[in-house]
Design a protein around this ligand. Structure first.
Ligand code: PMP
Ligand code: GLU
Length: 405
C-alpha cells in the first residue's frame, strides 16, 4: 500500500506551475527562456501599497489575526463591493484568505459531499477540476465554443445540471480565454438558475479590473440580486494590483457558508499574512489611478501579441476582451514534424517544442480542458513579447508542413 490517498492520485499538479518550474530549471541550466506560462503581472506592486506593509511591520502588526481577516480589511472589502459592484455585505459575510485560490478551495471543501457535482464552462482555469476532486466532488465540464466567444450558453448549463449539482463556477474575465460575460450573458444564465434553487454560484472575479475596449465588467449578483442568497463572490488583489506574491484574496457571501469556510481555514492555514492584510487595505482604499496605466499597457501588449501570432501560419487567436491571456489555436500544426523528426501529436507536444526550440514557456490547452490550444500570458514587457512571438514564428516555420493548412 503506497502513502498517497486514492483521492490524490486522481488530482493532477497545476500545469501553469509545472511549466513555469520547468522554464525556471532550464534557465538555471543557462538556457534563455521567456516565461509566458504564469499569469502574473510583471509590474511592481504600487509603492503606496508596499509602504502600508512597511508601516504595518513597524507598528507591530506581526501577530496572528482573526481567521476571517482583520476587521478593517473586511470593512474595506465591504466598501469595495459596494462602490464597484453595488453589492451589500456585513462583516460576517466577508472572509479573507491566502489568495482567491484558497477561498475557492475553502468554499468547495466547506460545501461538497462525496459525489456532489460542480459545473463549469471549459476552457477553464487549470485548478477548477482538480480542486473539486480534492474536495471530494465531481467536476462537470461544459464545453464552450470559440464561435460563442467561449461564453457558456444557457441551454448547455441547463443540460449539465443534475440533482447532484451544488455549484456553477463562473470566471469572468476568463482564464484562459479572456472571455468576458456581458450583462445579457449573465442574465440568461441567471434565468436558468432560477429553475434550480439548490444550485449555488461561485463567481470568480479575480480579473475584474482587466477589461479592454468598450467592455464592461459585471458580476452575477449585480445582474441577478435574487441570487445573492446562494452566490459566493470571490476576488483578490493579485492580478489588478500586481500583488500575486502577497497572497490576499477575499470572498463575500451568505454568512452560513462564510462561517464554514472560516472553519476550514481555521483548521488549516489560520489566515493570510497579517502584513499583507494591511497592504490590501491600502490597495482597496487607496489611490487607484495606477490601474488605468496597467490596463493601457496590457491592452497594448494584447494587440501586439494577437497581431504577431495571427501572422504565423497555423496559429489563430481572437482578440480577448479581458484578463491577460491569449488562447491560441494550434490544431492546424498538429501532425507536423519537428526538425528532430518528432511528430507533434498534441498541444502538449507543441508547448514542449516551443520551450525547447523557441525558448518560450506557454501552457498547453489540455491543462484548461481544451485540446488543440496553447495559452500565452501577455503580462510581460513588450520587448519580451516581441522576442517571444518572433521565436515562436521561427520555430513554427521549421516544422514540416505535413498538416492540411
Ligand atoms: N482564479 C483564477 C481564474 C485565476 O487565474 C487565479 C490565478 N492566480 C486565481 C483564481 C487565484 O489567484 P490568487 O490565488 O493569486 O488570488
Ligand atoms: N492563475 C495564474 C495562472 O493561471 C497563476 C498560476 C496559478 O495559480 O495557476 O497562470
Amino acid at each position: 500500500m503506497g502513502i498517497l490517498s486514492a483521492k490524490l492520485s486522481a488530482v493532477k499538479p497545476s500545469q501553469t506551475k509545472a511549466m513555469t518550474a520547468l522554464a525556471a530549471s532550464m534557465r538555471a541550466e543557462g538556457k534563455t527562456i521567456i516565461t509566458l506560462s504564469q499569469g502574473e503581472p510583471d509590474f511592481k506592486t504600487p509603492d503606496h501599497i508596499s509602504r502600508a506593509a512597511i508601516k504595518a511591520i513597524e507598528a507591530g502588526h506581526t501577530k496572528y489575526t482573526a481567521v476571517a481577516g482583520i476587521t478593517p480589511l473586511r470593512e474595506a472589502i465591504i466598501r469595495k463591493f459596494q462602490r464597484e459592484n453595488g453589492l451589500n455585505f456585513t462583516v460576517d459575510q466577508i472572509t479573507v484568505g491566502c489568495g482567491a485560490k484558497q477561498l475557492l478551495y475553502n468554499a468547495l471543501v466547506a460545501s461538497l459531499d462525496e459525489g456532489d457535482e460542480v459545473v463549469f464552462p471549459t476552457p477553464c482555469w487549470v485548478s477548477y477540476p482538480e480542486m473539486v476532486k480534492l474536495a471530494g466532488g465531481v467536476p462537470v465540464a461544459v464545453e464552450t465554443d470559440v464561435k460563442d466567444r467561449f461564453i457558456m450558453q444557457p441551454g448547455a448549463l441547463r443540460a449539465a445540471i443534475t440533482p447532484k449539482t451544488k455549484w456553477l463556477m463562473l470566471n469572468s474575465p476568463s482564464n484562459p480565454t479572456g472571455a468576458v460575460y456581458s450583462r445579457q450573458d449573465l442574465e440568461k444564465l441567471a434565468e436558468v438558475l432560477r429553475d434550480f434553487p439548490d444550485v449555488w454560484v461561485l463567481a470568480d472575479d479575480i480579473y475584474e479590473h482587466l477589461v479592454y475596449d468598450e467592455t464592461e465588467f459585471y458580476t452575477m449578483v449585480e445582474v441577478a440580486p435574487d441570487l445573492a442568497s446562494r452566490t459566493l463572490t470571490v476576488n483578490g488583489v493579485s492580478k489588478s494590483y500586481a500583488m500575486t506574491g502577497w497572497r490576499v484574496g477575499y470572498a463575500g457571501g451568505p454568512s452560513e457558508l462564510i462561517k464554514a469556510m472560516n472553519t476550514v481555514q481555521g483548521q488549516s492555514t489560520s489566515h493570510t499574512c497579517s502584513i499583507a492584510q494591511y497592504a490590501a487595505i491600502e490597495a482597496l482604499d487607496g489611490d487607484q489611478s495606477f490601474m488605468g496605466g496597467f490596463r493601457d499597457a496590457f491592452k497594448k501588449r494584447r494587440d501586439l501579441v494577437v497581431g504577431m501570432l495571427n501572422n504565423i501560419p497555423g496559429l489563430t487567436c481572437d482578440t480577448p476582451q479581458g484578463a491577460f491571456y491569449v488562447f491560441v489555436g494550434c490544431q492546424e500544426l498538429l501532425g507536423s514534424v519537428t526538425p528532430s523528426q518528432q511528430r507533434l501529436e498534441t498541444d502538449m507536444d507543441f508547448a514542449m517544442y516551443l520551450l525547447e526550440e523557441a525558448g518560450v514557456a506557454v501552457v498547453p490547452g489540455s491543462g484548461f480542458l481544451a485540446d488543440g490550444f496553447v495559452r500565452i500570458s501577455y503580462a510581460s514587457s513588450e520587448e519580451e513579447l516581441k522576442k517571444a512571438c518572433v521565436a515562436i514564428g521561427d520555430a513554427v516555420a521549421k516544422l514540416s508542413r505535413a498538416y492540411a493548412g
